[in-house]
Write a protein that binds this ligand. Sequence first.
Ligand code: AQP
Length: 350
Amino acid sequence: MVSEQATRSMSENVLAGNIASDRPRVFSGIQPTGNFHLGNYLGAIRNWVDQQDRYDNIFCIVDLHALSQSTTRRSLRENTVNLANVLLASGLDPLRSIIFLQSDVREHSELCWLLSSVTQYGELRRMTQFKDKAAGKDEQVSAALLFYPVLQAADILLYETNLVPVGEDQKQHIELTRDIASRFNARYGQTFVLPRPDIKPVGARLMSLEDPSKKMSKSDANPNAAIALTDDPVTMTRKIKRAVTDSGTEVIATPDKPAITNLLTIFSLLSGEPIAALETRYAGKGYGAFKSDLAEIVVAALAPIQLRTAELNANPEIARSVLAEGADRARARAVRKMSEVRERMGVGID
Ligand code: AQP
């Protein structure tokens, strides 16, 4: 029988990159931009947690990406520690996953620059996220916003990633990452693994509670559009009760009922009950009863995460040590890959 200590040192060695893992490699990132919401949780974080035992996992708090939008020194620091605590409170386990801060591993910035040489300006300008955020604001948005997908490609390619679990909004960036990797491989020889997006069929695009044609988003100016992971029970309940609904009174998921479909999706993901079973249960009961029960489900699902996050926020040294250790493990892998990339490109001399 293998002792717990032996299992632990084996997983630590795999995480450190000293022993090759035979599991597919997963990499994903999240920005410390505050206002983390139910879409971030159900579209990304919860899937990362649920899949931890299936993959060789690397999760990154992408603080350099957060600089593409306006931020302050203080809020970046606070959001970074808080996000680390949200991830730990949600169930990411440093013994099964590398969890680290992007800026702690300088190779991300270096690879971003090298990959920019095989990325076309036109490709970046056509990215939906850039077009949405930059529309009509040429003189206000940062060049970092344009470069965002190149840095994202560097994050992913640095770790020989097979799978990138993300929400639907990131699909286009993962496709661009594949294009960049293919172009690099064609020009310099086989160097990068081509990653695939891992997008779940349900929950990959939770919509705004105020406008079901828009995705639930951190940067939405309307605070009622998203359930924040930090909302208290009264606020969550109020937001759900005032969420826009569709015409009619039936609780069913159909394309002409996007608002109720969105709420049913949230209910189903948090309760584990299929949408069809919920439609049957609420047949003829109207939106009121459905929304009251949904509010209870959301409050109950987020309460333990909130409690644990608050405990961890009171002990910030835990997050600091998890991130420092995670960075050491990530760096060991990143340094090896970067030396291969430099060699291939002829950057530096022997
Ligand atoms: N509405 C959503 N539904 C499902 N998944 C979502 N994600 C974001 N919004 C939804 C997923 O959350 C992960 C982390 O996202 P991020 O921190 O990189 O930021 P983002 O995608 O830019 O998130 P926001 O809330 O939409 O921020 P803004 O307003 O700045 O654009 C990703 O996997 C993302 O797909």
